[in-house]
Design a protein around this ligand. Sequence first.
Ligand SMILES: *Cc1c(COP(=O)(O)O)cnc(C)c1O
Length: 391
Amino acid sequence: MTVYADNAATTRLSDKAFNAMQPLLKEVYGNPSSLHSLGQQAKTLLEQSREKIALSIGASPKEIYFTSGGSEADNQAIRTAAYIGKAKGKNHIISSAFEHHAVLHTLDALKKEGFEITLIKPDRNGLINEKDIEAAVKDETCLVTIMMANNEIGTIQPVEKIAEICKEKKVLFHTDAVQAIGHIPVDVEKIGCDMLSASGHKFHGPKGTGFLYVKKGIILKNLIEGGAQERGKRAGTENLPAIVGMAEAIEEAVSNLESNMSRVTSLRNRLIDGLSGIERSFLNGDRKKRLPGNVNMCFEGIEGESLLLLLDRKGICASSGSACTSGSLDPSHVLLSIGVPVEIAHGSLRLSLSEYNTEEEIEHIIESVPQVVDYLRSISPVWEKIKKEEK
Ligand SMILES: *Cc1c(COP(=O)(O)O)cnc(C)c1O
């Protein structure tokens, strides 16, 4: 049995998206910029995809720009707001300490260009308090960028309240909604954001494609110069098969949103309850304000990496909070930002579910994780120490 529980990393392509993409690869392969009929057929499909995507998030088609994915959309949104600010003499940006690296590393680069960056700390439950944002805004602030849902611990942020504050203070607000779209309701009007990033492969679309919503009136800054594609704001021949697949996937996800949410939430709750019995384990992130499919737990006295390898042998594809950077094992910046101690952050496990998971698979995980945790603890000097201290 292979249980795929790593949907926050990427998702399987939906059948509908796959079927929609096929003709684009071998039949309708024209360049949307070509004037002949094959090109114009491609152009029509491109614009239909833009309409579908716009409709699914409550935007207008002119406000949708295709990108190569969530990372590019984040980069372009942040640089756009930064340079708009700079032209007005504003150089301060507010974000949070547990954003995706596509946001954090762009901010690092802007810091070197002279911008001042304030990173708000989430609370112990993984939630940003909008009052902290309000307090951090100053005359020089040109952008607030806060993710809609965190990719590691799944916590859902108060983006509507943050947008309201930004509107009042006349500061641009961007949200990375990559983990949210297709999983919880996302409506740009309701949120009130100026820009929003999305990625196709996080909602059962193909990889290497995404989009940026940019509210009418905001002039995007190019990251890539060249042809006049995307109204001159993103050069390069469009990845039409992927764009068509992404449009199909978002439409499917949004039309099944309610039933998927309730099914996935109940699988998640079963999983959290099933794993919470493990001694010295705890859930990371707020239990209620979290994505339907996200489970993130820490188990004291073990290493997340060993846990993953042993779970993989039982057919379970999961992820740990920590990333392996150049040989040294750094614990997750997300877990550290919410105050999980370093030694405990090493023992984290993220299981991210989708509507393709079954109850049987959840039971398999509930049976396997305690076995693996027990085994790892039986050979762990750290666990031995913890047990000694208990006595
Ligand atoms: C996956 C992810 C990204 C990056 O998207 P890509 O399409 O893989 O570039 C950005 N932000 C969040 C929150 C993500 O989960």
